[in-house]
Design a protein around this ligand. Structure first.
Ligand code: GDP
Length: 533
């Protein structure tokens, strides 16, 4: 096998998703610990709670390096080359998460054992199912009082609509947490609180099987007999395990553990790596692109501005989809229609950014963006050109009319708005026949307006006037050539256009959408303005 193929085959690229506080940062850190990418827990600076998300964002702004290193991390473990994509937990940034998931081949869903499935878990899970990627569940915080494992797995099945298969089963919880039973190996991994010392170092896990006479001393009669009953019940009633269903995103393998104390993390990692997929093929306009194809291809899934404030630069994050990347190679930026060299390609390890010479399908690299890339753009080799399907945008739910306070600052305003929109943080619309001096901005979360205002002032030196609009729903008009002025609409429905000139309507309530459809025969509306998946 060609060397580049061997490299691709050992790549595993996944995202970790969770409701804030379930333990995503802690689990990520422990995975890095096993991979030797960090020596001691406590080194990955998380975004903390995002309670003050805007001020956090500003802090992040000040410490860009941190936010970036925590967004993509690569490490080696047992000859696998692993790329972890971190995702913001805050609901207002779910679009960011959504795009990040487009770059992942599987997802790990972290669930708090006391809280079960939470609001953000549901939302993020939905995005994963859109892509049919494998989803693994890590039920965390078993060292605390937890809900019954039956309740937890039932809830996942009922609320998220995916079958589950418990790979291991917890023995007690909270103070009584003794460890887990590994169902395939038929072994018990015992948890010893003293050993873990708050999970600062890797823990040794000791194994014994159910017939071991020492177990009744170790677990106590009650826990042991509950465990024996549970195992019988699971093996008897439970569905069969199917790796194929896992790979198709139809069955989620469930692991119980405690990231903080490090318990169950390494067995999870090993099983996860065994079951998850190598880099997946991607759909493009010429058909599916095989990751093993020798021609390089990649798409932009994230753009981050001003990594270095002094230089005002941007970094575009690329997911390599096929072939091998060599530093200095020439590629074609399909949307820009020109050849270019990717400048300063970098890969991100827990604490450092490194300039890289080679990267392979499955990898995520950051490249210098001179302001030409947009989310979803394709880069490919000049002797095999095609475009990947774009990344559909979330329908914004908040709208505001925005203009510069000082009309002399028009140029900076337009530049700032356009660049921030290219990064995908907001969407900009115009009034019909409108100019760029006053635009309608759509955002998925209210916080994005605050971030917009902050960034325009700080990065582009423009103060803005912002007037919130009461609209909450957006629909693109699908009928070609339809004159929107001819439509019969309620007085609070507005017609605007996107920057490509497509017409769309914004509504204050769903009732108004129904009204529009009933009073305009043949009107076709769609929720997505972006490309199809
Ligand atoms: P994130 O918001 O999902 O990234 O969550 P964090 O990893 O920041 O964890 C949130 C809080 O839960 C922190 O105070 C962690 O120390 C704590 N935590 C994480 N995992 C565990 C665990 O397994 N057991 C216990 N007791 N606490 C945990």
């Amino acid at each position: 096998m060609a060397d580049y193929k061997k490299e691709i085959e050992r790549r595993r690229t996944f995202a970790i998703i969770s409701h804030p506080d379930a333990g995503k940062t802690t689990l990520t850190e422990k995975l890095l610990l096993y991979g030797g990418a960090i020596q001691q827990a406590g080194m990955v600076k998380g975004k903390r709670h995002m309670r003050h998300a805007v001020s956090d964002w500003m802090d992040i702004e000040k410490q860009r390096g941190i936010s970036v290193t925590s967004s993509v991390m690569q490490f080696e473990y047992n000859n696998y080359c692993i790329n972890i994509l971190d995702t913001p937990g805050h609901a207002d940034f779910s679009e960011d998460t959504y795009r990040t998931l487009m770059a992942a081949d599987s997802a790990v869903m972290v669930i708090d054992a006391a809280k079960g499935v939470e609001k953000q878990t549901r939302k993020l899970f939905k995005v994963c199912t859109l892509r049919h990627i494998p989803i693994f569940t890590f039920i965390n915080k078993m060292d605390r009082d937890a809900r019954s494992p039956y309740d937890l797995t039932d809830q996942i099945e009922q609320e998220l609509g995916i079958k589950t298969y418990a790979m291991n089963w917890p023995i007690g919880s909270g103070r009584e947490f003794k460890g887990v039973y590994d169902r395939a190996a038929k072994k018990i991994l015992t948890f010893t609180a003293e050993e873990t010392a708050n999970g600062k170092h890797q823990v040794e896990e000791s194994a014994s099987d159910l017939s071991d006479p020492k177990l009744s001393d170790l677990l106590g009669e009650d826990l042991l007999s509950t465990l024996k009953d549970d195992v019988e019940l699971l093996d008897g009633a439970g569905a069969d395990f199917s790796l194929e269903d896992v790979r198709r995103g139809k069955l989620s393998p469930v692991f119980f553990g405690s990231a903080l104390t490090n318990f169950g993390v390494e067995p999870f990692l090993q099983e996860f790596l065994r079951m998850t997929t190598t880099p997946l093929p991607r759909k493009a306009d010429i058909g599916e692109i095989d990751p093993m194809d020798s021609h390089f291809s990649a798409f932009v899934f994230k753009i981050q501005a001003n990594m270095n404030k002094a230089h005002r630069d941007r970094v575009a994050f690329l997911r390599i989809c096929s072939g091998e990347f060599d530093r200095g190679m020439e590629v074609v930026h399909m949307q820009g229609g020109r050849k270019m060299k990717l400048m300063a390609p970098q890969q991100l390890m827990a604490e450092q950014r490194e300039i890289i010479d080679h990267a392979y399908a499955g990898d995520i690299i950051g490249v210098f963006d001179p302001g030409v890339f947009s989310i979803g753009d394709t880069l490919c080799a000049s002797d095999k050109k095609f475009c990947f399907g774009g990344i559909p945008t979330f329908a914004p739910e908040h709208f505001a009319r925005v203009s510069p306070k000082d009309t002399m600052k028009r140029k900076q305003f337009v530049k700032g708005m356009t660049q921030i929109a290219q990064e995908g943080a907001i969407q900009i619309f115009q009034e019909l026949n409108g100019s760029m001096e006053e635009v309608v901005v759509g955002a998925v979360g209210q916080l994005q307006f605050e971030v917009l205002e902050y960034r325009l002032e700080n990065e582009y030196k423009v103060d803005i006037r912002m007037e919130n609009l009461p609209h909450e729903y957006i629909r693109w008009i699908e009928n070609e050539g339809l004159d929107p002025k001819s439509l019969d609409l309620t007085s609070d429905t507005r017609c605007i256009q996107d920057l490509k000139g497509n017409h769309l309507l914004i509504f204050v309530s769903e009732w108004n959408i129904t009204w529009a459809l009933q009073h305009n025969h043949g009107l076709q509306l769609s929720e997505f303005g972006g490309a199809k998946l």
